[in-house]
Design a protein around this ligand. Sequence first.
Ligand code: AP5
Length: 230
Amino acid sequence: MSSELNLVLVGPPGAGKGTQASRLVKDFDLPFIATGDILRQNVADDTELGVQAKQYMDKGELLPDELIVNLIMDRLQQDDAKRGFILDGFPRTVPQAEALDSAMTAADRKLTAVVVIEVPDEDLIDRLSGRRVNPTTGRTYHIKFDPPKHEGVDDIDGTKLIQRDDDKPETIANRLKVYHSQTAPVIGYYDRPEAQNKGLVRRIDGTRDPDEVYRHIRALVATVRLEDTL
Ligand code: AP5
């Protein structure tokens, strides 16, 4: 049980969770489960969930817990996630964190770390308003901080880059508000004195260059794994 790497990435919108997860996936060969990506795929496919999800996402609101919890619990039970996972965008409320805890305990598993990527709101507004994504692969760029080689098109497959619907200024403001009121308490939940798994929360300065942020996350993962074997 201790050799599994079960990581949760937490951070405000635009903190760089997706950017860092893509690096982790390459190095650790684990399934990357991003609720936002799953929901956007459902919106694109016009599924029943997608139609419901779009109403919340376009306003920067969270979907009701009951819609998300079952989706993620099912995903975690698939074979590829049984030897570890990287979760991005879940849990995003305390009830979601409680549901994850119960499922992990029932499966005799535990989280390895909750990696909190910290970035102040003023930087996040710049990051989100300048983000451009490949609608097919989800590959992410930034017009200033990480521009594609040719403006507006993906470096790898040449697809025209788009701006996410929820990266419009009025929606960004609400997403930040929702993060502070509903998701930040999840960090306190994992850090509470009576929590079973002490020292789970690991904070990372997300204002640095993406490669530097990644070096810190890698070092942290190595430390946590070492601690786990002691
Ligand atoms: P989701 O897709 O999870 O959005 P989010 O949490 O708002 O996160 P983002 O994807 O916007 O940001 P990120 O941290 O991944 O940043 P990125 O790496 O792209 O969720 C969307 C919606 O789905 C929610 O609003 C909600 O409606 C719904 N939802 C999802 N999960 C849910 C749940 N569990 N319960 C209920 N509802 C749920 O980076 C951002 C930009 O910054 C990029 O352009 C990047 O190039 C740049 N960048 C990254 N790192 C750096 C750096 N170090 N320096 C400079 N620029 C950087």
